[in-house]
Design a protein around this ligand. Structure first.
Ligand code: FUC
Length: 836
């Protein structure tokens, strides 16, 4: 087609462009309290004109793109779950890779519905003694009824994290498309689309750079004047798109979430997204917010997104003062001073500085599998029964890519969907769930050498200390801070959703994260300044919250939590009643054991707070013990040996002491064995995140083959075509949980040595499916970087490096050796563990 024909064609097309149709209709979201339906509905849109979404027409011409860690596909995404994520911690997009219509669904990490409020019910503290008495007396239902009336948040639900909007692009490429491919490059963090149209090779590359805080989307063609498209920004609700003031090459989406408080005052946050086209040749015109590019040689689109959220440090501040549109304009002005090549180069360097710290090589990947597109590689597991090693490597690096892309210093922490969520009301509000999910997001942060990516979690914790102290005081009359099973961007710390929301050990679990950051980095200043106040406040609440179990109960005279439950599992009372609420659930005791132990040690390391340390020590000694069930031989999930309603429930809370905790190990052989029985009983199925957790558990139980079986189950059954984990629906925790699990199969460092150090356990759970391989750059507690190689399923070489002097014990199978590492002097040895 000649240029003028193309333009004509384009113009004819414009009349029927989906761009001009009403925005994407919404679906009502699932109830927050219960899992949504089995599958995530596809993004609704006008019927796609994009015939290139029809796979069969492209297959014959697609060839394997070059690159080691690559997701790739031979057709555009039909639904959101096939689109590819990019992100810089704060700003993210899902790119569909359409030919005739391209689409990028946009997110910015701070865009939350809702506003700060005090949800604490003042009736609670008064009712607490009675609720406790009822639970100790076995009147669970009466206790739930009373707690439901007096303890639940007001309101009992939070509002959702929201999509920012969408960028829609239309090209005139309707026919004669060949050689289509779509990739996500995990080595350099960019996604691309490439195809030939009428003999012209067209490419699109996109990345989200943390250096310049924009999304960059570049269109090129291998012949001059061949880049033509139209672009629009849109959002389902609360927004409008128009030309950006005084900038003919820019369009601007502005809006405000419509959220009024009880007094009718508008409290919703403002938001904006700006798109600017930088063209080489051709023409850019702007018709009331529809940007048209014709006949360019290449075009770079810059996209910025922002909100008026006052920040985690100041979330009670006004949402009126910040002008997100002005911020976007400023960000784009700065970024557009750089060439595309510079933007990309700086982005890659910044990403690689984090991503390239760890490499995993599970050779050899069968050539046939390696040549397949990623979706087919996943599908192949159904035939072969196992994931090919290259797919596992990609899954591992993809998980690290997701953490780097959704959690960077200064950004919000990764939520249930990281940053990528396309609805106004997302599944479970895409919130911060604290009874497993948020913590799981950060399981691989330290072990896979991304400690900086852990920092946003501590920012969130700092932010919720104050509201958490109010909840502790109002609901329990306790000191310290508490958060229940979820929180949001507005400091919601009260119980939410239903009785399972009354789970007062959220802060206690979270407080183990700064402790872990210290264990891995050895950063004593961090521990003193940030970690210790968080840990101490969480422990202070626990010390006040624990109560002595009365005479006549199984834990009489011991300290227990009350109320309590084992997330979100129910049991049967001897009278047949199904209940959730109890006292002293095993998980509480395990979390508290871990936290009080960490506090005792921190006070020793920092040489501070002797009285508090003694108080923690006394409570530890009086804590009710975790028991072994007479019924099952497993860890008893509740303080009484109740029968589970759902023995294969997705949560494996009572095994917290195996992972992420370290209370059950070879040093406690009976509990260790009981934990294994419990895990067998829970089965090898469940949600994506549950499988992610179980990989860690089997690794900690030193059963590599069973861990690998769950890796297989996860990749086969709970992995979307774009490698996102699915609950279902998409939930990112399973990606992170599995990366952590893969790491725990190769290296563990949670067991203490007699002199207070950490044992570095090499290949503790290597599966027979990976006979040879190597991993470089993993981190062990004590601040040690570990490289490992193995052949014929046996360790062949090890290299340890630390920047500080470290005394450690290294274990491989039954051999151990005590070593001292000198700063920056690598120690290299083989399977005999004798340094060379
Ligand atoms: C927990 C889990 C659910 C879901 C939700 C976000 O409550 O029990 O399965 O993952 O978090």
């Amino acid at each position: 087609m000649k240029l003028n024909q193309q333009i004509l064609f384009l113009l004819t097309l414009l009349g029927t462009l989906p761009l001009l149709h009403a925005a994407t209709p919404s679906r009502s979201s699932a109830r927050k309290s219960s899992p949504p339906a089995e599958t995530t509905p596809a993004l609704e849109r006008k019927e796609i004109r994009d015939v290139w979404a029809d796979r069969a027409r492209l297959e014959s011409s697609a060839s394997t793109p070059a690159g080691r860690h690559l997701l790739w596909y031979t057709r555009p995404a039909k639904v959101w779950e096939e689109a590819l994520p990019i992100g810089n911690g704060a700003l993210g997009a899902m790119m569909f890779g359409g030919v005739a219509d391209e689409r990028l669904q946009l997110n910015v990490d701070t865009l939350w519905d809702g506003y700060p409020l005090d949800p604490n019910n003042p009736e609670s503290a008064k009712a607490l003694p009675e609720i406790r008495r009822l639970l100790f007396d076995g009147k669970n239902q009466e206790a739930v009824d009373l707690a439901g009336k007096t303890m639940m948040g007001r309101p009992p639900r939070i509002k959702s994290y929201q999509t920012l909007g969408e960028l829609w692009l239309e090209t005139p490429h309707l026919q004669n498309i060949q050689h289509y491919s779509r990739t996500l490059n995990l080595d350099e963090a960019w996604t691309s689309v490439s195809y030939a149209h009428d003999g012209v090779t067209c490419t699109r590359e996109a990345f989200a750079t943390a250096v310049d805080r924009v999304i960059v989307l570049r269109f090129t063609a291998d012949k001059p004047g061949q880049v033509s498209f139209r672009a629009i920004l849109k959002r389902e609700r609360d927004a409008q798109c128009g030309p950006a003031p005084a900038d003919p090459r820019s369009i601007l989406l502005t809006g405000r979430i419509d959220r009024k408080d009880d007094a009718g005052r508008q409290r919703g946050m403002k938001f904006a997204a700006q798109l600017t086209a930088l063209n080489d040749g051709g023409k850019v015109s702007n018709d009331e917010g529809i940007l048209t590019v014709t006949g360019a040689n290449s075009v770079t689109l810059l996209i910025a997104g922002d909100t008026s959220y006052p920040g985690l440090k100041n979330f009670t501040g006004s949402v009126e003062t910040i002008d997100p549109a002005a911020r976007c304009a400023e960000t784009i002005a700065k970024a557009s001073a750089k060439s595309f090549a510079v933007l990309k180069e700086k982005h890659i360097a910044d990403y690689q500085q984090l991503a390239h710290r760890v490499s995993l090589d599970l050779r050899p990947a069968p050539a046939a599998a390696a040549a397949l597109p990623t979706d087919e590689r996943i599908a192949l597991i159904k035939q072969t029964g196992v994931p090919d090693p290259g797919l596992v490597e990609n899954y591992f690096q993809f998980g690290r890519y997701l953490l780097i892309s959704s959690s960077r210093p200064g950004s919000m922490p990764a939520n249930l969907q990281g940053i990528w969520a396309w609805k106004l009301e997302n599944p479970w509000n895409a919130d911060f769930h604290i009874n497993i999910n948020l913590q799981m997001n950060y399981w691989p942060a330290e072990t896979t050498a991304l400690p900086e990516c852990h920092l946003p979690l501590f920012d969130l914790m700092d932010a919720i200390v104050k509201p958490g102290e109010r909840s502790a005081q109002t609901l329990y009359g306790a000191r310290g801070w508490v958060v229940h099973h979820l929180t949001d961007a507005w400091g919601f710390t009260a119980p939410a959703d239903g009785p399972w929301g009354i789970w007062p050990v959220g802060a206690a679990w979270l407080a183990l994260h700064p402790w872990q950051h210290y264990q891995f980095t050895g950063d004593r200043d961090f521990l003193r300044q940030r970690g210790w106040p968080l840990m101490k406040g969480a422990a202070r609440f626990i010390l006040d919250f624990l109560v002595e179990a009365p005479a006549g109960t199984p834990a009489a005279g011991k300290l227990v939590t009350n109320p309590s439950h084992s997330p979100e599992n129910s049991f049967r009372l001897p009278n047949g009643q199904t209940q959730l609420f109890t006292y002293g659930a095993a998980m509480d005791l395990e979390i508290i054991h871990e936290l009080l132990g960490a506090c005792v040690e921190t006070a020793r390391v920092l040489d501070c707070d002797p009285d508090f340390r003694a108080e923690c020590q006394r409570a530890l000694e009086r804590l009710a013990p975790v028991q072994i069930s007479r019924r099952t031989g497993g860890i008893q999930e509740w303080i009484e040996d109740y029968e589970e309603v759902e023995p294969q429930h997705r949560h494996v809370s009572h095994l917290f002491g195996v992972y992420p905790g370290g209370m059950f190990s070879l040093a406690t052989p009976e509990l260790f064995d009981a934990a294994r029985k419990s895990l067998v009983r829970r089965g090898d199925g469940a949600t994506g995140w549950s499988l992610g957790w179980k990989i860690n558990l089997w690794a900690r139980l030193h059963d590599g083959d069973h861990a690998f079986k769950l890796v297989t189950n996860l990749l086969r059954d709970k992995t979307l075509p774009n490698l996102f984990d699915t609950h279902p629906p998409f939930q990112i925790d399973g990606n992170f949980g599995a990366v952590s699990g893969l790491t725990e199969m190769l290296l563990q460092s949670h067991v203490r040595t007699p002199d207070g150090g950490y044992e570095i356990h090499l290949l503790p759970a290597l599966p027979s499916a990976w006979p040879q391989g190597s991993v470089k750059g993993l981190r062990a507690r004590g601040g040690v970087t570990v490289d490992l190689g193995w052949q014929n399923n046996k360790l062949t070489q090890v290299r340890l490096l630390s920047k500080d002097p470290v005394k450690t014990r290294v274990r491989y199978a039954d051999t151990t050796r005590d070593l001292t590492l000198s700063p920056n002097r690598p120690l290299v040895f083989d399977d005999s563990l004798a340094p060379r």
